[in-house]
Write a protein that binds this ligand. Structure first.
Ligand SMILES: [Zn+2]
Length: 348
């Protein structure tokens, strides 16, 4: 009896769906039948309006009036694009981190196709994935930094701390730069709003930005390094992941963690500080939100990105201490960075 009900229930449902479906279809056809002519008129009108709008848009962006507006704000837009390039460089900061060189080797999954683990592809591609047992995976989630150092060969020493501090400093500047860049772009667009036709401003803002010369800004957060502990069962059917994302907050916690383990002895140069958000703000306040090189300040330029610079670079033995830190505007800091690179090239 029970089996009979099981078979007939889906049949009833299918029957009902077919019946309702055909009714709805009939209704739609009869509506379309009566509305065919009005729909045709509305449809073609929309197409004509769109066509006219696209022609209007094309002519407008080629017009002298628009070219003049673009010329007036050119240097502001170039500044935005330069800042964007700088932010991209800052976001790449982590790729320069020197983690102990462990040598080179190739790993190949030579098992039969059916037993190949898709996850292995990720493992081979990046050194930031550690394939491990389920227990290690679970423990890593309980003590992330401990396992991060242990399994990714991050040596607990002063140089490592400095490297991560540099990354934190760059990431913080990148995040702040992103916000300032967004604001600056909004202000530029707001200032020319009255000169741009309403339709273009409302419906073609993206195109307007491109025509003005703005590059596309990438404001996502995907650049933060992620260390991954991954367990995949032998058959590849069950898996567990533990991801440790080094975003600004976690990076700051990580440098505190490293510092506690290093138990840094106070050097003769003075007290060593940690590159925290508080310290960065303290240096900026001390320097009056003014670049110590070119003396530009936040009161001279709206949305000016100020960064904290090590006077003697970390790579040359400088330490994070108030005496060795200064406020630089992003342009001066950028020039300083490239000069050091040139210096390195000459040293080689
Ligand atoms: Zn400057």
């Amino acid at each position: 009896m029970a089996r009979k009900t099981k078979i007939s229930t889906p049949l009833i449902i299918i029957g009902a769906i077919v019946a309702i479906g055909s009714l709805v279809l009939k209704l739609i056809i009869s509506i379309l039948d009566t509305l065919a002519v009005p729909l045709l008129i509305v449809g073609s009108t929309i197409i004509i309006i769109l066509f006219i709008y696209f022609i209007f848009q094309y002519i407008y962006f080629k017009s002298d009036k628009f070219k003049q507006i673009r010329e007036e704000i050119r240097k502001y837009i170039e500044n935005c694009n330069d800042l964007n390039h700088h932010i991209i460089e800052l976001r790449n900061s982590f790729s320069e981190i020197k983690i102990e060189n462990q040598g080179k080797a190739n790993l190949e999954d030579s098992s039969n196709y059916n037993f190949q683990r898709k996850e292995w592809a990720n493992f081979v591609k990046t050194s930031q994935v550690y394939n491990c047992s389920a227990t290690i995976c679970k423990n890593a989630s309980l003590q992330p930094f401990k396992y991060l150092c242990k399994y990714f060969n991050i040596e607990i020493k002063e140089e490592t701390l400095s490297e991560f501090e540099r990354v934190l400093n760059d990431f913080s500047a990148a995040e702040q730069g992103k916000k300032l860049l967004k604001d600056e772009k909004e202000i530029i667009l707001e200032n020319i709003k009255s000169k741009i036709p309403w339709l273009i401003y409302q419906f073609s803002k993206k195109r307007l930005e491109q025509e003005l010369g703005f590059e596309e800004f990438d404001f996502d957060d995907f650049y933060f390094p992620v260390y991954k502990f991954q367990y995949v069962s032998a058959g590849g059917n069950s898996s567990t992941n533990c991801n440790i994302e080094l975003d600004i907050d976690n990076l700051e916690k990580f440098i505190f963690y490293l510092n506690d383990l290093i138990k840094f002895r106070k050097s003769i140069h003075g007290q060593r500080a940690l590159m925290t958000a508080n310290l960065r703000e303290k240096i900026k306040t001390r320097d009056n939100y003014t670049c110590r090189k070119c003396t530009i300040s936040t009161s001279d330029e709206r949305n000016l990105l100020l960064e904290i610079d090590h006077i003697i670079p970390l790579s040359k033995g400088g330490i994070t201490s108030e005496n060795n830190l200064q406020t630089l505007c992003w342009r001066c800091n950028r020039t300083k960075g490239s000069k050091i690179e040139i210096q390195y090239a000459n040293d080689l």
